[in-house]
Design a protein around this ligand. Structure first.
Ligand code: NI
Length: 205
C-alpha cells in the first residue's frame, strides 16, 4: 500500500522523487563537507581581530613559545606506525605534520627578519605540499625536527618579544597575497601552531 502511494505520487509529480533524492544527496554532502572542514580546521580558520592590540600580540607570542612543548606532548610515545598514519583520511601523516612545522616556521622567521631589515621586501612563497612530499619529510625520524623547532622558536620568541608597535606595523609583500603586516603574521603562526597540534591530538586512533 505504501509502495502504491509512493508510486502514485511519483506519477503525479514525476520530478518529486528525483527532487527528494537530490535533497538527500545535498544534505549528505553538506554534512560530509562540514565534518571534512572540522577535520581540516579543528580550531577553525584564522580569524584575526580588525585591530590587533599589544595584549593580543603577547597572547600570540605565548602560543608561539608553547609550541615546542605542546608538539612534544602530542607525539610522546607514538610508534612508527602511528607516526606514519594520516591524521585524517587523505591528510598528511603525523610525521609529515611534525616536519612541516619547522619547515613552515623557518620560512616565517625569515620573513620577519627580512621585513625588519628591508623596506617591504618581496618574500619567496614555498610549495608546502611539495615540501611535505620530499623523501625526508615523509620518512625521517621526528627528533631532529622537534629539536629544530625548539631552537627556532627560542630565537623566534626572543625576536618577537623585542619588537615595538612600529616594528609590528612593518610589512612584507607576498607575490600572490599582497602586503602583510607582521602583527597579522604573528597571529597567523600562533594559529598555525595550535592548528597542527590539534590535528595530532584529534586524529583518529
Ligand atoms: Ni600548515
Amino acid at each position: 500500500m505504501l509502495g502504491d502511494g509512493i508510486t502514485g505520487r511519483l506519477i503525479i509529480f514525476p520530478g518529486l522523487g528525483q527532487l527528494f533524492l537530490q535533497s538527500a544527496k545535498i544534505m549528505e554532502n553538506m554534512s560530509a563537507s562540514a565534518s571534512d572542514e572540522n577535520l581540516k580546521y579543528p580550531i577553525g580558520r584564522y580569524q584575526p581581530p580588525v585591530v590587533i592590540s599589544a595584549d593580543q600580540r603577547a597572547a600570540w607570542i605565548e602560543e608561539m613559545a608553547k609550541l615546542p612543548l605542546n608538539l612534544n606532548k602530542a607525539v610522546a610515545g607514538l610508534n612508527d606506525a602511528q607516526l606514519d598514519s594520516p591524521y585524517r583520511p587523505g591528510g598528511w601523516t603525523v610525521r609529515q605534520v611534525v616536519h612541516h612545522l619547522p619547515d613552515s616556521h623557518m620560512n616565517s622567521y625569515m620573513r620577519f627578519r627580512f621585513a625588519l631589515t628591508e623596506n617591504v621586501p618581496l618574500i619567496k612563497p614555498y610549495d608546502e605540499g611539495a615540501w611535505a612530499e620530499l623523501s625526508d619529510a615523509r620518512s625521517a625520524p621526528i627528533a631532529p625536527s622537534l629539536a629544530l623547532l625548539e631552537g627556532l622558536h627560542t630565537r623566534f620568541v626572543l625576536l618577537l618579544k623585542s619588537l615595538s608597535d612600529a616594528d609590528f606595523a612593518r610589512t612584507f609583500r607576498h607575490p600572490e597575497l599582497g602586503e602583510r603586516r607582521l602583527d597579522w603574521t604573528l597571529g597567523l603562526y600562533a594559529w598555525h601552531s595550535l592548528h597542527h597540534v590539534a590535528h595530532i591530538n584529534n586524529r583518529e586512533k
